[in-house]
Design a protein around this ligand. Structure first.
Ligand SMILES: C[S@@+](CC[C@H](N)C(=O)[O-])C[C@H]1O[C@@H](n2cnc3c(N)ncnc32)[C@H](O)[C@@H]1O
Length: 263
């Protein structure tokens, strides 16, 4: 196992053991909540009976939403602790699940054309290079299949959330593939008892928008929808989290359709 992969796994295990938000399964989810989650933007209409891969999306959230809706769910993730949360969510909601521990750059556990949907929550940025991930997604996705991939907003990575009184500082350049972990080297996780736990952030890499869009377009993916992630709120206070996300959206949510098997 290479050093980066090993370190990412250890750090995500530590985050999950500290119960970071992304690792808390959707135990209370109803069918309606699952529909709101999985059928956002009206792209996916009905997941029942569909083969869904939650790619590097462990934690019992994405898998729970699709499991509740009657999909055949597989999850591939690096972190054994995150995968355990998927199994716990599946047991809770009483659906069966396949969990695979591995890296998103190698989907050899799955044969060609295995899935109708590949659903990737915010995890692409843990890989320094998008190429092997997109190659593998295209291979395992059936023709006309949907690939949902959420990425960190590459324009926002270098913007500080500290309000200067006049604005938010842009601290660095827009460099494709840059290891941007140094902007936020520590992830502070709030605990139930009010204490905080500091965990080293898993290494994160910026992927410029042109890289992501062009790499997928070249592989015959058609963009169906793009959504910026911001926190809702009227007239937010400058310096507040809501205000910051409305100035610099944190994530971009992209929905693609594989339109042909040709490269
Ligand atoms: C932010 S979580 C995503 C899923 C989460 N349920 C959510 O709420 O967004 C990021 C996940 O990516 C996984 N991950 C990071 N690097 C990976 C890699 N190279 N291959 C597979 N999984 C990876 C982590 O273990 C973690 O579970």
């Amino acid at each position: 196992m290479d050093k980066l992969i090993q370190q990412t796994r250890e750090r995500w295990n530590a985050l999950a053991n500290a119960n970071v938000m992304h690792s808390i399964p959707f135990y209370d989810y109803t069918v309606d909540q699952a529909k709101t989650y999985a059928y956002r933007h009206d792209i996916i209409q009905d997941a029942k009976g569909k083969d869904v891969l939650c790619l590097a999306s462990g934690g019992g959230q994405d898998s729970a939403a699709f499991g509740i809706l009657g999909a055949n769910v597989s999850v591939l993730d690096l972190s054994d602790v995150m995968l355990e949360r998927d199994r716990m969510a599946a047991a809770h909601h009483k659906f069966s699940i396949q969990t695979v521990q591995g890296t998103m750059t190698d989907l050899s556990a799955f044969s060609d054309d295995s899935f109708d949907i590949v659903w990737q929550s915010i995890s692409l940025n843990y890989c320094p290079d998008v190429t092997p991930v997109f190659q593998e997604v295209r291979r395992v996705l059936r023709n006309s299949g949907i690939y949902r991939v959420a990425i960190q907003n590459p324009f926002g990575t270098a913007i500080s959330s500290d309000w200067t009184g006049k604005g938010y500082l842009l601290r660095g350049r827009y460099l494709d593939g840059e290891d941007v972990t140094y902007y936020q080297p520590v992830w502070t996780v709030d605990q139930e008892d009010g204490s905080k736990v500091d965990i080293d952030t898993p290494h994160l890499f910026r992927h410029n928008l042109s890289t992501v869009l062009n790499q997928l377009a070249r592989r015959n993916f058609t963009l169906l929808h793009l959504q910026e992630w911001i926190r809702e709120g009227q007239n937010p206070e400058p310096g507040s989290w809501v205000h910051f996300t409305q100035c610099s959206p944190l994530f971009l949510d992209l929905f693609w359709q594989l339109t042909s098997d040709n490269p």
